[in-house]
Design a protein around this ligand. Sequence first.
Ligand code: PLP
Length: 364
Amino acid sequence: MIGGRGAHSPGSPLNVPPVLASNFVLGSDRAYTRNDATPTWEAFEEVLGGLEHGVAVAFGSGMAAAAAIFDLLPAGADVVLSDDCYQAVVGLAAAGQEQGRWSVTRLAPDDTKEWLGAAVHADLLWLESPSNPLLHVGDLPAILSQPRKSGAIAVIDNTFATPLGQQPLELGADLVLHSATKYLGGHSDLMLGAAVAREDELARRLRERRLLAGAIPGALETYLAVRGMRTLHLRLERATATAHELANRLQRHAAVGTVRYPGLSTHPTHSTARRFMRNYGAMISFDVYGDADRADAICESLQIIRHATSLGSVETTIERRAAIPGQEHLPPTLLRLSVGCENVDDLWSDLDSALVRSSPKERH
Ligand SMILES: *Cc1c(COP(=O)(O)O)cnc(C)c1O
């Protein structure tokens, strides 16, 4: 298989079709799907592994992949986690800590000195960069080149950046985590995850966890994700350019306070991002003047932009993150915008009208 395509022989389909099979006629190395995978998962793993320069192991969701990684830890492990981090990963780490399986320390993604110190003692370093939703960028080249405790695993959650934005395995990470539900799938129509390992041995252990926990992907999901990844570069090219432009315009808008986008020179970790990221991504977080009700009113009055959670799709979506249970520590008027592939001026006129409608006083 090359690039997740089918056999290059006359009459073969160009793409590996969704193989809906639980079992196979005995006599080859493929007998039962949960143990032996299907050609459709393998196509997805091949494409993602190629993009990340590692060995990809597909899971039923990003969280299934995350749980499999935590399951690799020895009893009493020392876990170090970003403090601005995907909420369910924080929940997973906290649940294991409560059960006495490991202890958790939280560090700011941009506190490089602390991460360098942690590398020496941690069994698991888990860094999400850019972080969710404040979009802090960690100094991955510095942190990942710091020698680690023997057997330690350094994981970068690369969901926001995608393999086209940064290549953590090349920078020294042991594993990359993806929620393929987001940019890789890219069309808001599937849930899927993956862990990508730099070394075969770690991939083998993750496949074993997948088999034992039954955390397998679906045939249709992996098929759709491969189809989505065929246009990842095009979608991202458009979405990142549009995001940069919208971030610039938002920064000048009278109804908007702080704009967080790693591509803005005013962003606290812009200079770090500039050193190693290939693009600044398509996620923007910004504060609007007023209170939570006004921020909600802005989300509700948008016409093109959808008021919805999640991210990474061709459709632009917006969400007030502090409205989510467990996220009350965030600024109440912070809106997180996942920029999609629509026309930039259509998006801007939608945003501008909603901001002006909801905040006439600041405007005049
Ligand atoms: C969505 C997400 C996850 C979890 O992935 P699921 O596919 O929802 O299980 C993990 N990390 C980040 C950064 C995410 O955005």
